[in-house]
Write a protein that binds this ligand. Sequence first.
Ligand code: HEM
Length: 553
Amino acid sequence: MSQRFSAADVATHNKADNLWIIVDEDVYDVTKFADEHPGGKKILQRVAGKDASKQFWKYHNESILKKYQKKLQVGSLDTKKAAPPTPPATPPQVEKEVVKPSAEPGVIAPTAGADAAEEAEALDPYGELIPYADPSWYQSYHSPYFNQTHADLRAEVRQWVEDEIMPNVTEWDEAKKVPDTIYKQMGERGYLAGLLGVHYTKLAPLTKNTVKSVPPEKWDLFHEMLLTDELSRAGSGGLIWNLIGGFGIGCPPVVKFGKKELVQRILPGILSGDKRICLAITEPDAGSDVANLTCEAKLSEDGKHYIVNGEKKWITNGIWSDYFTTAVRTGGPGMNGVSVLLIERSAGGVSARKMDCQGVWSSGTTYITFEDVKVPVENLIGKENQGFKVIMTNFNHERIGIIIQCLRFSRVCYEESMKYAHKRKTFGKRLIDHPVIRLKLAHMARQIEASYNWLENLIYQCQKMGETEAMLKLGGAIASLKAQSTVTFEFCAREASQIFGGLSYSRGGQGAKVERLYRDVRAYAIPGGSEEIMLDLSIRQALRVHKVLGMKL
Ligand code: HEM
């Protein structure tokens, strides 16, 4: 915005029909906007022609300015320097202080060995540096897992989220739909191909899009993790489920167990963001109890097709999906009669009805009916009656996705609370100056950090192990961490809501993220294995694995 005004110029625009205000040395013409201002026009008229920064920040958060800046800003004060008034996402590099470890007498400190010298350098600080609001490697703490390619991806995704997603996410959630252009961008930016738990180089021949800041050969599971993590900063389960909820769980079985011809035919359209895919397992009568599903697939007499009949419920993205990775019964009762089929909507006989749910509004949760749907036998994923293995292998990936989202949502609740606690005053003090509020923040932070550190460790294990080893050895721990992260999320959403008070009870405004996330909690605690089932599985599976490892009890 090139136009410059003196404070005296702005002061002349001080009438209802000529109403300018100053926020952070930028000048806004709110004459027409005043009538539609949700806080009322009188309140704007009271600051007409004046610097209203203090009042503005009392009632709004950053996304409001981003959203309205283009429409309302007419220039800046002539006193404004080139540098932006708010800290940039990446603060300027400062010379690093070299910290020499030293121990107080009586403290047992490990002596630095030869390996210590090779330890990775901590990356430059990034983000707003609010303690615990980002993972510690963002804040220049050492990490064995992240390098410059992760930092580059982080910056790329954050910019996109802050510019194009965050200012609109509340509107999309209320409309229960994310614009298709955003999903398309997920493909164009090469993100979809990076979210399958499969090495990027394997998918490169199936897509012309790659991620700008990370070459395919350098892509690892930590890139995948941080992509979901950064997207989740928008603070909307609906957004994440819309973008990756169907794809992230519906596509991996096809890539890992689908026939080559099928993969080559459908993957390019999916990875580019033109076609959508979802996972259809749960039924009105079979949730976590997958072995009891009833949707049946009968082989046609000529042996060329399966004919599918049955219902699926709570299917994320089902409403707009072209492909359904579907669990069906091809054999007798129990887990050994289950197969997985890739059902194509274009075959006909597929009806989809959008369901109204408590949370994740823009996720497109769907009730699906299959009526005599003809599915070519080439669309069998894995082997007939061995679909259970396909489904089980998929669970680890699905649950890790849920964990990443829950922990970032917990951080969002914490971060929003921390910021709000610094501006809201009660009984003559800022909230942050009340010990009871600090206690809430402390309880949030300790759970977030403990869970996130376990997550990093599990991602590292997944990276080192093969698919089957990971399924067996990590299944219990991942189930346990899924329960841990949904409990943490529920706790943080509740505590944040208490800190925001009425602002998180009404929708929109400063408490928007907290109000929305509070509604999204159950969408994480129930699907993908409920907390109760996860915790029970975590011990059963761990005992089974450790018996094989030689456990002595
Ligand atoms: C560029 C100028 C402004 C824009 C674009 C703007 C926009 C908005 C929007 C979109 C809301 C709805 C709540 C939200 O989403 O956060 C809102 C609410 C509000 N605004 Fe503004 N506003 C501006 C300036 C101001 C100023 C200068 C004041 C005070 C002097 C003010 C006071 C309020 C109040 C009191 C509310 C209601 C807050 C609540 O519901 O708790 N606004 N504004």
